[in-house]
Write a protein that binds this ligand. Structure first.
Ligand code: PNS
Length: 161
């Protein structure tokens, strides 16, 4: 059985993430989407909120599960005996960071490949930070996030502190 791990901070999940998850689910027997810590980012949504959004977004994908891990991706893939890590690439500027991560993970856990999927054309501009920015200013984010999530994401981002 092949197992792909799709890691990310998913703050929040976008249609771009969902596109990569769906394509990974078509390529591998099983997929784990794992919400992890990116030490360079301060998340807006709690781990529980991000997991809940992902579970709802992937509910119809029977070979996909959602998990969290507060450690190194290389340790997680070793623990799960994963076949590969699958990540999306939108633009060349993603590549430098993702390439460094892939080489780090390969040297920590040899044998787990990183596979990059090019973003689908209609998802190339999507990012969690763009979604947060648009929602914060009260504009409709429903074209950018999985069905049923726009209202809750916007509510959190527009609530008064
Ligand atoms: O969605 P993101 O923020 O681009 O995802 C990045 C993420 C969370 C996958 C990456 O930061 C990560 O793998 N974090 C876990 C810790 C780790 O393994 N870091 C890489 C080696 S230093």
């Amino acid at each position: 059985m092949t197992l792909a791990v799709c890691p990310g901070s998913f703050d929040p999940v976008t249609l771009g993430h969902l596109d990569v998850i769906k394509r990974a689910a078509a390529l591998f027997d099983n997929v784990i989407v794992v919400v992890m810590v990116n030490s360079a980012k301060k998340p807006t949504f709690t781990i529980e909120e991000r997991v809940d959004f992902l579970k709802r977004a992937t509910a119809s994908l029977k070979n996909v599960e959602v998990d969290t891990y507060n450690g190194l991706l290389a340790d997680y893939t070793a623990m799960k005996k994963a076949t590969a890590v699958v990540k999306g690439l939108r633009v060349m500027s993603d590549f430098e960071y993702e390439f460094q991560m892939a080489l780090t993970n390969m040297s920590l856990t040899p044998g787990v490949e990183t596979i990059f999927l090019p973003a689908s054309i209609d998802c190339m501009f999507l990012s969690s930070s763009m979604v947060r920015e648009v929602a914060k200013h009260g504009r409709d984010i429903s074209p950018f996030v999985p069905e049923g999530l726009a209202e809750e994401i916007t509510a959190k981002l527009t609530q008064k502190e």
